[in-house]
Design a protein around this ligand. Structure first.
Ligand code: HEC
Ligand code: HEC
Length: 240
C-alpha cells in the first residue's frame, strides 16, 4: 500500500492535474454513458464482468478487483470522499500510469506490465463517467447478491434454469400463441424421436416451420448441454 503516493495523486487531481483533454469541449450538460464508454475503451484489456472471468492470458486485472481494492485503499472520512478520491485516481492513472502511482502488487505488475497510457484515446470527462460507473457498480455487497442469485439458479433443474435465464416464456407462454407457437402446441406436433429437431431449433434458431408466425426465432448458443437437453424434454412434456 502506498498511501503517500495516494495523497500526492489526489491532491494533484483536486488541483486540476489534467491539463490534457480538450478544455474547450467542457460541456457539463453532455451526458456520458460510463458503462458504454468502459466497454469501448477498457474492455480490450480489463474483464468487466461481475463476477469476473479470469484467465492466465488476461492482459490486465479485472475491473471488479481493481475497483474494490482501490475503493478500499482510498483515503477519506466519508464514503463520498473516498468515492471522489477513487474517481480522481482513476482519471489520473489512466492518462498517466506509473510504477509509483500503481497500487498493483509488484508480482502482478511483472505479470501484466504497466498499463499503457490511454492519453488521446479517452478524455478526462469520459474517464470521470467511467470511474463513477465503476464505483457504483463494482461493489462487494452487489457481488454477494449476484452470487446468491447464481447459486439460486444453479440449484434449479436444468430446464428451469433456462426458463429463469432466457426469455422463452415471453413468446411461448405469455405470447398467447400470437407471436410464437405455444409450448403445448410444439409438444403436440413432436414426439420423443424429434428431440434433436427441437434442440437444433433452440441452438440455431428457427424460421419457416410454423407458417402462422412470421418473425423467426433467434439462436440460443450459450446453453449448456444439460440445459439444452432439459428444456427440450420439458417442452415435449407440455402436451395437454
Ligand atoms: C492496453 C491494455 C489496457 C487498457 C486499454 C486499459 N488498461 Fe487499465 N490496466 C492495464 C494493465 C496491464 C494494468 C495493471 C498494471 C498497472 O496497474 O498499471 C491496468 C491497471 C489499471 C488500474 C489500476 C491501477 C492500480 O493502481 O492498481 C486502473 C484503475 C485501470 N487500469 C483503469 C483503466 C480504465 C478505466 C481503462 C479504460 C479507460 C483502462 N484501464 C484501459 C491495461 C489496460
Ligand atoms: C421472440 C419470440 C421467441 C422467443 C423469445 C423464443 N422463441 Fe422459440 N420460437 C419463436 C417462433 C416465432 C417460433 C416459430 C419459428 C418457425 O416458424 O420456424 C419458435 C419456435 C420454437 C420451437 C419449435 C421449433 C421447431 O422445429 O418446430 C422451439 C422448440 C422453441 N421455439 C423453443 C424456444 C426456447 C427453448 C426458447 C428460449 C430459450 C425460445 N424458443 C425463445 C419465437 C420465440
Amino acid at each position: 500500500m502506498k498511501l503517500t503516493g495516494m495523497v500526492v495523486v489526489s491532491l494533484a487531481a483536486l488541483m486540476g492535474l489534467y491539463g490534457c483533454g480538450n478544455g474547450d469541449q467542457k460541456s457539463e450538460s453532455k451526458h456520458y454513458d460510463g458503462k458504454a464508454l468502459m466497454e469501448q475503451k477498457c474492455a480490450q484489456c480489463h474483464n468487466l464482468k461481475m463476477p469476473p472471468d479470469t484467465s492466465d492470458e488476461e492482459k490486465a486485472p479485472p475491473m471488479y478487483a481493481i475497483t474494490v481494492h482501490l475503493k478500499d485503499w482510498m483515503k477519506g472520512n466519508t464514503e463520498s470522499e473516498k468515492k471522489a478520491n477513487f474517481i480522481a485516481f482513476v482519471s489520473s492513472y489512466v492518462l498517466h500510469p506509473s510504477l509509483e502511482k500503481s497500487y498493483c502488487k509488484k508480482d502482478m505488475l511483472q505479470k501484466y506490465g504497466l498499463m499503457p497510457s490511454q492519453e488521446g484515446k479517452v478524455t478526462k470527462e469520459e474517464l470521470e463517467a467511467i470511474a463513477t460507473y465503476a464505483a457504483n457498480t463494482y461493489d462487494q455487497s452487489k457481488m454477494l447478491e449476484i452470487l446468491k442469485e447464481k447459486n439460486r439458479i444453479a440449484a434449479m433443474k436444468p430446464y428451469a434454469q433456462v426458463l429463469a435465464l432466457k426469455d422463452c416464456k415471453m413468446c411461448h407462454i405469455y405470447g398467447e400463441g400470437k407471436v410464437a407457437p405455444l409450448f403445448k402446441d410444439i409438444a403436440a406436433k413432436y414426439t420423443q424421436k424429434d428431440i434433436e429437431t427441437i434442440k437444433d431449433a433452440i441452438v440455431h434458431g428457427s424460421k419457416g416451420k410454423w407458417p402462422a408466425y412470421h418473425t423467426p426465432m433467434r439462436a440460443y448458443k450459450d446453453l449448456t448441454p444439460l440445459q439444452l437437453d432439459g428444456i427440450a424434454h420439458w417442452i415435449l412434456e407440455q402436451k395437454q
